[in-house]
Design a binder for this molecule. Structure first.
Ligand code: ZN
Length: 511
């Protein structure tokens, strides 16, 4: 990839010579990080040693790569140079090199978080593979543990990426920032046994089991006498065990709130959720046959009907009965958690219902998980407070929106093209995501000047349209090439905007 790039009068050669002249590169490797500033195009935090070799991430010609200086330089694949007796290798941030790096530096591998007694974890999906350093800078001095690689199959298909590439991006970011705290990789919203196996084989340390195809919401509101007819069709042995267990159950939460099951409630949750728990069991077992340890999240959020406290308790208890060791459960909360915008619904209703879900999770000893959690500023305080600071929250497309915003600030004319493409993409993109923007309220981009262009990102209706358009935009080859060119060139600007945006989340979540 870098072969031949370093002939004597190339920009690379000039750059390397200047580093040697300044004493940043010498026979003993790279200088102390304190002496290296960003003007040298080397990320100072990334300077690390393997034996006599020094490694660092550098950026030149808007490309980041691994620089290895020292006598051995045999460990990574790249262009090997000899500069006045100093051995230097220029290596691509490739999968091969990421694998090597993970072997030498344990902290560049994701880890299983349940072993680390974590309290707050945040899923920071990075659809573009460029957001990592911004994410790390946002959480670095907090007690938040990041899931730096988190992609659903839907996202991987739309961006034509793989679990390998999402984990590699996180590995390089962690190395660049010398982030030595635990971090994780989530195979998000997986529905099949094959996808669980594949994600774990590629290095994911967490699985989010999406049970939505096995939940039967039609039973939630079914007329009572039809409901009982259906219930009678269920296996009689199972019914007897469940009735014995749940009809006598009285759980007290928050000092005074008692939750029990009437026979009708029990029939409803069994008919609605039993298949889902059985599927979770299959997914968990297939994971266990692949890897000894991983974090496992049970996700029942992607349906229309909010999860009742009884349903939550039933899923939690049945999953335990089936020997699933899970670390979090994501219920469907009241109101709407649409992508990339604030919570829609009554905030008091949310507080009241969230309080009980948070208490159930605390009582059973796992973290409550909030999906589509980016930009839910009006409920963050409730989430932080009612969980007593123990929860998982997922954000994903918000770093994509920050990328679009960055482009609107640095290349407004090109942004206009992206914006129009996003509008055209809506009919296709909205097949994958439930968002309901008010089309009457979208910004007329032709009537807004360049200086005010980024104000588009203050409009929740525009945000929803832009949020889901990533697949269509990135599948347009011409747009994609220019998009990445601009973003790589302005990547520091992008990282600052991500860092600030995620920090705003953390502040309101009381972290
Ligand atoms: Zn979800």
């Amino acid at each position: 990839m870098f072969e031949g790039i370093c002939n004597n009068d190339s920009i690379f050669a000039t750059w390397l010579k200047s580093l040697i002249d300044q004493g940043i590169i010498s026979r003993t490797g790279l200088a102390d990080p304190k002496l290296v500033d960003y003007k040298s195009e080397i990320y100072p935090y990334s300077i690390n040693r393997i034996g006599e070799d020094t490694l660092a991430i550098a950026k030149i010609l808007d490309r980041r790569f691994l620089l290895v200086v020292g006598p051995n330089r045999i460990k990574f694949k790249g262009e090997n140079l000899n500069f006045g007796g100093i051995g230097i290798s220029i290596c691509a941030l490739s999968h091969f090199n990421a694998n090597k790096l993970r072997k030498y530096f344990r902290f560049t591998s994701p880890s299983v978080l349940s072993n680390n007694n974590v309290k707050v974890t945040i899923g920071l999906g990075d659809r573009l593979g460029l957001a990592g350093p911004g994410h790390i800078r946002a959480v670095r001095n907090s007690n938040v543990t990041p899931i730096l690689a988190q992609q659903s199959l839907r996202e991987l298909n739309l961006t034509k990426r793989t679990y390998h590439s999402t984990i590699d991006s996180a590995t390089w970011s962690v190395f660049q920032e010398n982030f030595r705290s635990p971090w994780a990789a989530d195979g998000d919203h997986l529905k099949t046994e094959n996808s669980v196996v594949e994600a774990l084989k590629c290095g994911c340390t967490m699985i989010t089991a999406d049970l939505s195809d096995f939940i039967h919401p039609e039973f939630c509101n079914m007329e009572k006498h039809i409901l009982f007819q259906e219930y009678e069709k269920c296996d009689s042995v199972y019914r007897a065990i469940a009735e014995e267990k749940y009809l006598n159950l009285k759980l007290i939460f928050n000092n005074n709130e008692t939750i029990g099951f009437s026979k009708e409630e029990l029939a409803r949750v069994i008919l609605t959720y039993k298949d889902a728990v059985d599927h979770a069991t299959r997914l968990f077992k297939s994971g266990k046959s692949t890897k000894r340890e991983f974090d496992f999240e049970i996700s029942i959020d992607e349906i229309e009907t909010p999860t009742s406290p009884q349903a939550h308790i039933y899923v939690a208890m049945e999953a335990k009965r089936n020997d699933i060791s899970y670390t979090s459960i994501a219920p469907r909360f009241v109101g709407e958690f649409q992508k990339g915008i604030d919570y829609i619904g009554d905030i008091d209703d949310f507080r009241n219902s969230f309080k009980i879900h948070a208490s159930i999770a605390r009582a059973f000893g796992y973290r409550i998980s909030v999906h589509s959690g980016s930009d839910k500023f009006s409920v963050f305080q409730s989430i932080g407070e009612l969980t007593e600071g123990v929860f998982h929250i997922k954000t994903s497309g918000t770093s994509w929106l920050q990328a679009m915003k960055t482009i609107s600030e640095v290349e407004p004319d090109f942004y206009r093209k992206l914006h129009k493409a996003a509008l055209e993409a809506f009919p296709t993109a909205s097949q994958y995501y439930k968002v309901t923007p008010d089309f009457e309220n979208l910004t007329e981009i032709d009537y807004i000047n360049n200086e005010n262009l980024s104000s588009i990102f203050d409009n929740p209706d525009d945000r929803r349209v832009l949020h889901i358009a990533y697949g269509e935009i990135l599948n347009n080859k011409e747009l994609k090439i220019k998009f990445f060119e601009i973003l790589e060139k302005n990547v520091e600007h992008y990282w600052i905007s991500i860092e600030n945006h995620i920090r705003r989340h953390l502040e309101l979540l009381c972290i």
